[in-house]
Design a protein around this ligand. Structure first.
Ligand code: IPM
Ligand code: MN
Length: 358
């Protein structure tokens, strides 16, 4: 297959981990006979430095011409403690989500045998966890209008708003995913307080009639925050709005043992984007210590979701497991015998070659 991939490696550790994902994609292309072409573009703080805009038009164009987008991370400490900064890297991320119509963020959460001991949670609680969060990504309080400050500056306001259409399109994906898994969707909301949550419940309940093989249950977000670390095995597909999804997926990452493990897909109206959820982690940038698994597993999701390359995606997942089981891991996983970002990437690439050699 011939495919174009837009590569937006961004800031902080983004470029280092994305380089490992590309290394792995190159090997996959080689052994499975695909032709991937890559086009790089700027996003985030590096884009502000170069153009003044965190999501320049040129980058938008590169994305629109690609079959899929591989994304690293954005963010720079110089903006974090400056609430008055006029442009911020995060605006680039939000603009990108909105402009590319990336309406559903898919974040799988798994426990890994080799990583059980490093999670702060008890092994017997997290062992066997396997769920996936479908987070709505272009609506809710992140984008609602009006937002801002009163004239005297003493009041600030954000608006949470949802339409049934926005709810339905992400919910459909969640139900479809559940049909291929353990057939259970949990809608996480705050319907005891919020009008938007009541609309979510009503709409999702109605939609559930089209998926009679899937069981639907409801959970308030505060309770879900507790249950996710108390009984994580009880969850199969979690469906939720933008901000609740942001919060519970960071929480859920603790189950995997390291934030550096988690990949994600942001499903778009015409093309999708793939990124590790760890963010730019500026303290580690340029040190060859960042965990590349999240980025590599994001590349695996890209192959599966955007290109339908199931076998290729599986090979990447297996190679990552093998690297992990054989101790080829970065310092967030094993402080004493840590390997470098590059070394881990090389190992995964090598395992793919071995796995596929006949
Ligand atoms: C994420 C991040 C972003 C979000 C930030 C950087 C705007 O935390 O992708 O989860 O809140 O969506
Ligand atoms: Mn987040």
């Amino acid at each position: 297959m011939k495919k174009n991939i837009a590569v937006l490696s961004g800031d902080g550790i983004g470029p280092e981990v994305t380089a490992q994902a590309l290394k792995v994609l190159k090997v996959v292309a080689e052994v499975y006979g695909h032709e991937f072409t890559y086009k790089e573009a700027l996003v985030g703080a590096c884009a502000i430095d170069a153009t003044g805009n965190p999501f320049p038009e040129e980058t938008e164009l590169v994305c629109q011409q690609a079959d899929a987008i591989l994304f690293g991370a954005i963010g720079h400490p110089k903006y974090d403690n400056d609430p008055k900064a006029k442009v911020r890297p995060e605006q680039g991320l939000l603009a990108m989500r909105k402009k590319l119509g990336l309406f559903a963020n898919v974040r799988p959460v798994k426990s890994y045998k080799a990583l059980l001991p490093i999670s702060p949670l008890k092994e017997e609680i997290i062992d066997g966890t396997d769920f996936v969060v479908f987070r709505e990504l272009t609506g809710g309080i992140y984008f609602g209008q009006p937002r801002g400050r009163s004239e005297d500056g003493k009041n600030a306001f954000d608006t949470c708003t949802y339409s049934t259409d926005e709810i339905i399109r992400v919910s459909k994906l969640a139900f479809e995913a559940a049909q291929n898994r353990r057939k259970k969707v949990t809608l996480v909301d705050k319907a005891n307080v919020l009008a938007t949550s009541r609309l979510w419940r009503e709409t999702v309940k109605e939609l559930a009639a089209e998926y009679p093989d899937v069981e639907l249950d409801f959970m308030f977000v505060d309770n879900a925050a507790m249950k996710i670390i108390q009984n994580p095995r009880d969850f199969d597909v979690v469906l939720t709005e933008n901000m609740f999804g942001d919060i519970i997926t960071d929480e859920a990452s603790v189950i995997s043992g390291s934030l550096g493990m988690l990949p994600s897909a942001s499903i778009g109206l015409s093309r999708s984007l793939y990124e590790p959820i760890h963010g730019s982690y500026p303290q580690a940038a340029g040190k060859n210590i960042a965990n590349p698994f999240g980025a590599i597993l994001s590349a695996a999701m890209l192959l599966e979701y955007s290109f339908g390359m199931i076998e290729e995606s599986k090979a990447i997942n297996e190679a990552v497991m093998q690297a992990m089981n054989e101790g080829f891991v970065t310092e967030d996983i094993n402080k004493e015998q840590a390997k470098g970002t590059e070394e881990v990437g090389d190992k995964v690439a090598e395992y793919i070659k071995q796995l596929t050699a006949v």
